[in-house]
Design a protein around this ligand. Structure first.
Ligand SMILES: [Zn+2]
Length: 281
């Protein structure tokens, strides 16, 4: 993947923004740092005064006692985003972040029987209920910063599906692939990518089968999908690397693999970006 490391200092005062950005690194020190992956699906981590009010778009971000905050860009994020930081005793700084567009893999398959393209109508209510259950887990904003540990692969194996790709079946675009697939045999031990709290543990969801969500704090969470066995329950605190499940091919999986998705609230993050960004300090 193309991954650009960016580390810069935010403008101390809005009125000086234009000249200050040009002079970034020329001796100014407003104590704000930001690094990450400024493209669709990318994760960003920043640090500022723990007392600061940090706003990304319309969302106020949780700032840890050490001043850390996190946010990210969805697969289809618009080209510009705004981060605002108001530190006590300072003017608010505003940064417009340019979000680079990525090219996604698109696969068109035609001539499929309709039953392979759309789920039968009688499962619509179930799908809707399960979707809302997953959304509720992703909407939490826990006061913990496990995302400060470099995220690790939950299993080791060949990557068989990448983030952002999309299938168009019989002309109907399906939901993009919001995660990475790793081809591993059924029963492979699945490890927590980072520490956190289990916020969802379901054995049989329609699309995702055995499904686990681990919340790493500040809205960042991992979803582990198509599991054959789940070893933890909702509310459990897990450590990074802990065995939490066994992989499988439950739900609508075409073969044995682990699907790992990373979310910032309901924003879909590329797990490979999240790993790269959380590994940088
Ligand atoms: Zn997948």
């Amino acid at each position: 993947m193309t991954f650009r490391r960016v580390l810069l200092t935010l403008a101390a005062a809005a009125f000086a923004a234009a000249s200050a950005f040009a002079a970034a690194g020329a001796g100014r020190d407003d104590g704000v740092t930001l690094h990450g992956d400024r493209q669709q699906g990318g994760l960003m981590i920043g640090r500022t005064d723990p007392q600061a009010v940090v706003t990304f778009g319309d969302r106020r971000l949780r700032v840890s006692p050490e001043g850390w905050f996190v946010f990210g860009f969805d697969r289809d994020a618009k080209p510009a985003a705004t981060l605002r930081i108001k530190r006590p005793g300072h003017a608010e700084s505003t940064e417009r972040i340019q979000v680079d567009k990525r090219d996604w893999e698109i696969q068109r398959i035609n001539g499929l029987p309709p039953s392979k393209v759309n789920p039968p109508p009688e499962v619509a209510a179930r799908i809707d209920r399960e979707y809302r259950e997953i959304q509720a887990a992703h909407s939490q904003d826990l006061d913990r910063a496990d995302f400060m540990e470099p995220l690790q692969w939950p299993v080791k194996g060949t990557v068989s599906g990448v983030f952002g790709s999309q299938r168009i079946l019989n002309g109907t675009p399906k939901q993009p692939h919001y995660g990475v697939d790793v081809a591993v045999p059924v029963g492979t031990q699945v490890h927590a990518p980072a520490g956190g709290i289990v916020t969802l543990a379901e054995r049989d969801l329609y699309f995702t089968g055995g499904t686990l969500i681990i919340d790493h704090g500040h809205g960042l969470s991992s979803i582990l999908v198509h599991l054959s066995k789940i070893e933890v329950k909702v509310g459990d605190e897990v450590k990074q690397g802990q065995v939490v499940a066994e992989s499988g091919m439950t739900g609508r999986a075409t073969g044995p693999h682990l699907h790992w998705g990373v979310y910032w609230f309901d924003t879909h993050i590329d797990p490979q970006s999240a790993m790269a960004v959380t590994a940088e300090r």
